[in-house]
Ligand binder design. Structure first.
Ligand code: KG4
Ligand code: ZN
Length: 332
């Protein structure tokens, strides 16, 4: 069973071919980061227009790399939300047109479910139930994944998403957008204990996060000491990164324990973070929880995760109509 996955919800144009919902034959991602960078964030109108330019070449490249043709595709999975309306429409219209032309089933995929399903593409993947911690540019949410398709929200951020905190702090420090990777790289050379930034933990028994205080603390630090350079910059990055990873993993363990879930899965762009991955594994081990991490390149937006999620939905027999619309605020 060959699934084509299409993703255009934000600033990545992506297409992938996945066999039996688990084996990635090709995964092509064209990023628009260079286009949006000088604006310090994603410009919706530019995103849509660039998806329109890139989506067919990206699809063609995926078919070539997988060494298949459109005739080999059995089903089409496409992100229909949440995301930028105009950006979503580009992938959605392509998916619908292909489904009509090929006479193959179409399935709408929730982008967040796509991130959770990325773990299915790893060598080691758990079956539900498990705790799914989704940490991306727009979301920081812990779900009890009771079954594929059945998600219960256990906690989430009250203000900024973890990735948003990375991006805002990077801007304060004069680092490029998006800030996750540059901060992660600088943090490798820094001392995580150099600056004691506040931990974004509301009450200990609650499962929510808050990252705006941490961002403000970095702002105060910059106001007081100036924009750090050299070793001081690496130290601030490492200290900030430690605060984020500490808060995320502490509450993830608590959430898994409270909901009696045996395993933790990280996903979303911030799950690519080296410190978060290491600390989650260490704290999971201490707490007797199994920890599963998607491959780093499958943490950020891609088409393979959309194919993986779509294959699960179609296996339950739930195709979407050709009248399908984008749903920019679709909740999981
Ligand atoms: O999942 P994603 O690609 O897009 C959304 O759905 O939001 O996540 C993008 C976010 C950005 O905020 C980016 O700064 C962050 O993921 N990110 C990272 C790393 N790589 C990407 N954050 C921390 N460490 C990283 N290595
Ligand atoms: Zn995403």
């Amino acid at each position: 069973m060959l699934t084509l996955g299409l993703e255009t919800s934000c600033d990545e144009t992506a297409a992938a071919l996945v066999r039996d919902g688990r084996e990635v034959l090709a995964d092509v991602v064209s990023t628009q980061i260079d286009i949006h960078r000088r604006f310090g964030g994603v410009v919706p109108e530019l995103a849509s227009r660039n998806h329109l330019v890139q989506v067919l070449p990206v699809l063609q490249e995926a078919l070539t790399r997988a060494n298949v043709t459109l005739a080999d595709v059995d089903q089409i999975a496409v992100t229909s939300g949440p995301g930028l309306q105009g950006a979503l429409l580009v992938g959605l219209q392509l998916g619908k047109s292909l489904a009509l032309a090929l006479g193959k089933p179409l399935v709408a995929v929730n982008h967040l479910e796509g991130h959770l399903a990325a773990i299915r593409l790893a060598q080691r993947a758990p079956e539900p139930p498990f705790l799914g911690l989704l940490v991306s540019g727009g979301h920081t949410t812990a779900y009890a994944v009771e079954a594929w398709g059945t998600y219960r929200k256990l906690g989430s951020t009250r203000d900024d998403a973890a990735g948003e905190a990375y991006d805002k702090v990077a801007k304060l420090l004069g680092l490029p957008y998006p800030g996750g990777r540059p901060i992660d790289a600088l943090a490798q050379q820094g001392d995580p204990k150099a600056v004691r930034f506040p931990r974004a933990l509301p009450a200990p028994e609650e499962l929510d996060w808050s990252f705006s205080g941490l961002k403000t603390a970095v702002l105060q630090h910059v106001k007081l000491h100036g924009v750090p350079q050299g070793q001081a910059l690496a130290d601030v990055c490492a200290s900030f990164q430690e605060a984020v990873a500490d808060a995320l993993t502490r509450k993830a363990v608590r959430a898994a324990k409270q909901a009696r879930l045996p395993a933790v899965v990280l996903c979303g762009g911030v799950a690519a973070n080296s410190r978060l991955r290491a600390l989650m594994e260490a704290r999971g081990r201490e707490a007797g929880l199994e920890v599963f991490l998607p491959e780093v390149k499958l943490c950020t937006d891609n088409g393979a995760m959309i194919a993986a999620a779509g294959a699960l939905t179609l296996a339950r027999g739930m195709p979407s109509p050709l009248s399908l619309d984008a749903d920019p605020t679709w909740r999981l």
